[in-house]
Design a protein around this ligand. Structure first.
Ligand SMILES: Cc1ncc(COP(=O)(O)OP(=O)(O)O)c(N)n1
Ligand SMILES: Cc1ncsc1CCOP(=O)(O)O
Length: 531
């Protein structure tokens, strides 16, 4: 068997030291094989050579009954002595080119990569596959040195290098059934080049029921694979949804969602800045949702179980641990996360915070003004002053489309015209009023509206949630939320008695509560551009 035959989807790296008390290695391994492990790497850090050969032979004998290939960690001699299918080499192990000279031509050789340079070299040297990571922190291996955790962003960058090379890739480090879907969704290049599998140690080896642990991982992988090809951001987009991406389809969907929100009353969990908490809660209520402002890390697991939407806004970062946990739990529960990277370009601290959050959980939507979107896209075109943006982009559709592909989510660029993209379609919405940009938190309440509509959409979307991070069409939900807020702003600004910011905000909240589906259908100004 050679690399094109090997199924890397559930790659078990062994760790005998992690076995639960009373569980033998071979029993655990056999149960894991029954659960769906597709390849095994024997990783023995404490064993001497004789013991390593023995363990390798026993592993191969068992795995061959399940037709599963076995690779050896680090050691060419052990691979040769045991008759293993190949080796996995780290950056400080025997160089790949030398290993090839020693191994039979059919041997599978994998290489660990943490940086772009590692990935380029592995391709150049002819690796069959690469192990990318550590994606997350892990206690199985010491990855505390700077740069040893490459994160989702680093993994995506390495996947770009592999495009078109035929070199397969697995992610490794901290991968568990609870974050597998998020990992698979997030780890792909902007053109959609995705992982071929995941390598796991502790999630299987520490389990008293390795068969169940492996089956959970294998099933999630299979469900994701079955759906992964839909949509450039990794969200499931059906042909029915695509057919709705017209002016008429979007306004009809938005009008319907105005009623849906009121009917299902989504819980809209905010971790947002101190400046806008009250008005965000009032906007949620006016739209028909149910707001909760909850920041403590300890309450995030419970809150994520209630269906609805989550908004994370970094206007003031007082609850980083709460933000990290909230998004993680939301991903685990199929709850859409809306990220508002307020002022992300303004300070190094905000940039690092946003990067950390985006490496931990997968947003369904990122919403920002031109300066914020520019900062996330590494563009200097738009300047900022604090949290405010000065100017716009020459090619806004291209910016939102590219950023959506990079972060694998819907991107909204707010401004006099709002641009929304799922990485393919760009929707341009031209409703609103300048007063919305002149009140504090005008952008923040757009985030609130989006979380409310995305929450209601995920609660009412038909079909199963198997293999998807979030159910329902997040692009339509985001368009609907933007239209609801901007059309209500137009109504509020034209009300008798509204003379400026002070009178506008309460009028806006009233108009949100009174907004009708008919007003959306009548007033929405929508243009659609498809790739
Ligand atoms: C599939 C896979 N990827 C990466 C590693 C890590 O290998 P290495 O860097 O050699 O570290 P050790 O495993 O030797 O501690 C791996 N083993 N498997
Ligand atoms: C061997 C290795 N290489 C990078 S992270 C890691 C350990 C992964 O273990 P776990 O799956 O328990 O996090």
């Amino acid at each position: 068997m050679k690399q094109h035959d090997i199924d890397l989807s559930l790659y078990l790296v062994t760790g005998r030291n992690l076995l639960p008390h009373g569980k033998s290695y071979l029993t655990s391994l056999e149960e894991a094989l029954r659960g769906g492990v597709t390849v095994v790497q024997v990783r023995e850090k404490g064993a001497d050579t004789a013991e390593f050969v023995e363990i390798a032979k026993e592993t191969i004998a068992l795995c061959s009954r399940y037709n599963i290939p076995v690779l050896i960690n680090d050691r060419i001699d052990i691979a040769l002595a045991s008759g293993a299918a190949g080796v996995h080499l780290g950056q400080t192990d025997m160089p790949l080119v030398l290993a090839r000279q020693l191994l039979p031509p059919s041997a599978i050789v994998g290489v660990s990569c943490t940086t772009l340079e590692h990935a380029r070299k592995a391709v150049e040297d002819g690796a069959d596959y690469v192990g990318l990571g550590a994606v997350y922190a892990t206690s199985t291996k010491d990855v505390s040195a700077p740069g040893r955790v490459c994160g989702i962003a680093g993994t995506c960058a390495m996947l770009s290098v592999l495009e078109g090379t035929g070199v397969k890739a697995v992610a490794i480090g901290g991968i568990k059934s609870t974050n597998l879907l998020r990992t698979l969704h997030g780890c792909a290049s902007p053109t959609g080049h995705a992982l071929d599998g995941v390598a796991v140690v502790s999630d299987i080896m520490t389990s008293p029921e390795p068969e169940t642990a492996a089956r959970r991982l294998a099933q999630t992988f299979r469900a994701w694979m079955a759906l992964a090809s839909h949509g450039p951001t990794g969200f499931l987009v059906t042909s029915e949804q695509l057919a709705q991406y017209t002016q008429e389809g979007i306004s009809a969907a938005a009008a319907a969602l105005v009623d849906t929100v009121r009917r299902v009353r989504p819980l809209v969990h905010h971790i947002t800045n101190n400046v806008v908490k009250t008005q965000s809660a009032n906007v949620t209520l006016a739209l028909g949702g149910s707001p909760i402002m909850a920041e403590a890390e300890a309450e995030q697991a419970d809150l994520a179980r209630a269906p609805g939407g989550l908004l994370i806004n970094i206007g003031t970062v007082d609850a980083l641990d709460g933000m990290l946990a909230a998004g993680r739990h939301a991903n685990q529960n199929g709850k859409p996360v809306v990220f508002d990277p307020v002022g992300v370009g303004a300070t190094a601290f905000r940039r690092a915070t946003a990067a950390k959050l985006l490496d931990t959980w997968q947003p369904a939507v990122i919403k920002g003004n031109a300066a914020e979107i520019g900062a996330l896209a590494d563009l200097n075109e738009v300047k900022s002053q604090g949290v405010d943006s000065l100017g716009g982009f020459k090619d806004a559709p291209d910016v939102v489309r590219s950023l959506a592909r990079k972060h694998r989510c819907i991107v909204v660029l707010s401004g006099p015209t709002d641009y929304l993209s799922d990485g393919s379609t760009v929707i341009r919405l031209s409703n609103g009023h300048e007063l919305l940009g002149q009140i504090t938190g005008g952008g923040c309440i757009l985030g609130t509206a989006i979380a409310t509509f995305c929450g209601a959409t995920s609660m009412t979307a038909p079909g199963t949630s198997e293999g998807v991070l979030v159910k329902g069409d997040m692009l339509l939900a985001t368009a609907a939320a933007t239209l609801a807020l901007t059309i209500a702003a137009q109504h509020a600004a034209s009300r008798e008695g509204v003379r400026g910011q002070g009178t506008f905000l309460p009028a806006l909240i009233d108009e949100l509560a009174m907004l009708t589906p008919e007003a959306v259908l009548r007033t929405a100004r929508i243009e659609v551009e498809t790739d």
